[in-house]
Design a protein around this ligand. Structure first.
Ligand SMILES: [Zn+2]
Length: 240
C-alpha cells in the first residue's frame, strides 16, 4: 500500500481531513495511521505475552485445547482504554486500526514467531451473514498487518464459520461452550502446507478462549500433527 498514487491520495486526504486522535480528537503529528496521540497511547496497557508464557492464560485456554503459545498485544482490564480501541476496531468499520495495530505488533513479536517456527497466520472467520451485515471481518486487516511485518503468509477462506453463533457476551460458560460447539469447518482446498505446520490463529479479543479453541479443534481434526498457537489484539484480564 505504498505506491506513489496511494501516497498522493493519502496526502490529499490528510489535508482535507486532518488526522486526529481517535480518543481525544487532538491533532496527530503525522498521519491518521498513528491512531492515537502519545498521551492517549500511554493509557493503553501492553502485555508481555511475547516474552513470558502466561500460566493463567494458558490454563484458561487449556481447558479446551492445548495451544503452544498465546500472544496478546494489550491487557484489557475493566474501564481500560483498550476497551475503547476494540470498540472502534470491531464495530466502527475502521479497517486501518486493525491493520496498523497488526503491523506494529508483528514487529514486536517477530523474533518469537520465528523461534516458534510459525508457518501460517489464520484469521478467525465470522459467519457470512454477519459479514454481510457488518461489512467486514475485523480479524482480516489485523492479520494482514501481522503478515506484512513478519512475512508469514496468511490463509483466508479455508477455515470458515458453519454456525451463525449468538454473541457470547451475555452467555454463561456452559452456554458459550454449547453456542460455539462445531461452529467451524475447513474447506476442501489444496494448500501448500509444510509437513509440520505451526498455525497462528488470529482473533480480536481473548476472554474465555472458547472461540479460538473450537477453531483449533477443527484444524486439529484435519491436521493432527500441526501445532497451533493463538494471537489476539487484547486479552480480558480478570485480575484487575
Ligand atoms: Zn489522544
Amino acid at each position: 500500500m505504498n505506491t506513489p498514487s496511494w501516497n498522493i491520495w493519502r496526502g490529499v486526504q490528510d489535508i482535507l481531513f486532518p488526522p486526529v486522535c481517535l480518543f481525544c480528537s487532538e491533532d496527530l503529528q503525522y498521519r491518521k495511521e498513528e491512531i492515537l496521540c502519545p498521551l492517549c497511547r500511554a493509557h493503553l496497557r501492553y502485555s508481555d505475552t511475547h516474552i513470558v508464557l502466561h500460566r493463567d492464560l494458558m490454563e484458561r485456554m487449556n481447558d479446551y485445547y492445548s495451544f503452544e503459545w498465546v500472544f496478546c498485544k494489550y491487557r484489557f482490564p475493566n474501564l481500560s482504554k483498550v476497551k475503547e480501541l476494540i470498540y472502534h476496531f470491531k464495530y466502527k468499520n475502521l479497517n486501518y486500526i486493525g491493520y496498523i495495530e497488526g503491523l506494529h505488533y508483528g514487529h514486536i513479536i517477530q523474533s518469537k514467531l520465528l523461534s516458534l517456527e510459525i508457518s501460517h497466520l489464520i484469521p478467525i472467520p465470522i459467519h457470512w451473514r454477519k459479514q454481510l451485515s457488518r461489512g467486514y471481518n475485523q480479524c482480516i486487516p489485523l492479520t494482514q498487518g501481522l503478515s506484512e511485518s513478519t512475512n508469514i503468509p496468511m490463509i483466508v477462506n479455508w477455515l470458515y464459520r458453519k454456525k451463525n453463533t449468538k454473541s457470547q457476551t451475555k452467555l454463561n460458560k456452559t452456554e458459550r461452550l454449547q453456542n460455539m460447539k462445531n461452529a467451524f469447518g475447513l474447506r476442501r482446498r489444496n494448500l501448500a502446507i509444510t509437513e509440520q505446520p505451526h498455525f497462528l490463529l488470529i482473533d480480536d479479543v481473548l476472554t474465555t478462549g472458547i472461540t479460538l479453541s473450537e477453531a483449533a479443534i477443527c484444524i486439529h481434526q484435519r491436521y493432527p500433527s500441526a501445532k497451533i498457537s493463538a494471537c489476539t489484539l487484547a486479552y480480558k484480564d480478570y485480575t484487575d
